[in-house]
Design a protein around this ligand. Sequence first.
Ligand code: CAA
Length: 295
Amino acid sequence: MEVKNITVLGAGTMGHGIAQAAVQAGFDAVLYDISAEFVEKGAARIKKSLAKRVEKGKLAQDQMEAILGRLKTSTNLAEAVKNADFVVEAVPENLDLKKKIFAELDKLCKPETILATNTSVLSVTAVAGATSRKDQVVGTHFFNPAAVMKLVEIICPVGAADKTVEIAMDTMKRLGKTPIKVKDTPGFIVNRLLGPLYMTAAQMVLDGTATAEDIDTAMKLGAGHPMGPCELADFGGFDVIQMAQDSVFEYTHSEADKLNILYRKMIEAGRLGFKNGKGFYDYLPDGTKKPFKVF
Ligand code: CAA
């Protein structure tokens, strides 16, 4: 089967970026969310991102219109997935919610449709377990911003058919991404490696070894990272990092993977990172940021 129609469930940070990557690559895509407000917001973010590329001279106006012409939005799940060859779910990280959606998809989608979850934290095997097509489910873990970042981790749950993994790999390549295969284990590859970096950076802030800003500068200029660990932790969101680290720690029992207390304290203080404008930095309405003094 060659995938032509992709449906993305969830129009938030990851979902809208995945839909953008799909239509930019020439697929027809439907962006679904539970309310008109959410889908419109997601579609507006795609339009804004493409308009910026037109402004910069990187995309012609008619190309932008063609790309947007391939994007449909929907708040009706049955309608949204009825023609889908490949569904990518990018709803909030809640296993019960994902299982409920996958059970519905199983009934609503064509028998050959591949179902993918963009979870960065949860067991893909558990999500697949909610369907009667356990061999046709994979994880497609995109990275933020999804329209830009080249990597997609293809998570292979227990029982996935080779054919399913092959179609997922091929579809991600056609989407302009570089897919790599990884077994369904907590953190997969990237978050498993990033976790200890986030934890060590937080401990250094707590110890007063250096400021968050200087730690970020050090890793950008000394190690060539595009963003420092504190900025990147803000970008990912502390609540998401907490869920990810707890599940990795439960698996590895390695001290290096244990959630640093600073993230717990930040969450208790209502600081979730970039998403609510409060993390290691305060994100100001004018688009600038200033370091937050933790203690
Ligand atoms: N949406 C769409 N496009 C975006 C974007 C966004 N949110 N942010 C940046 N871009 C585009 C820009 O428009 C620009 O496009 P052109 O080259 O066509 O002009 C390009 O990306 C580069 O952007 P900038 O020049 O503005 O800035 P930059 O060079 O500093 O790049 C960045 C920005 C791509 C975000 C870069 O800082 C970076 O790579 N950061 C690291 C991101 C990262 O590590 N992500 C993974 C996080 S972990 C994760 O996602 C796992 C998980 O489970 C959630």
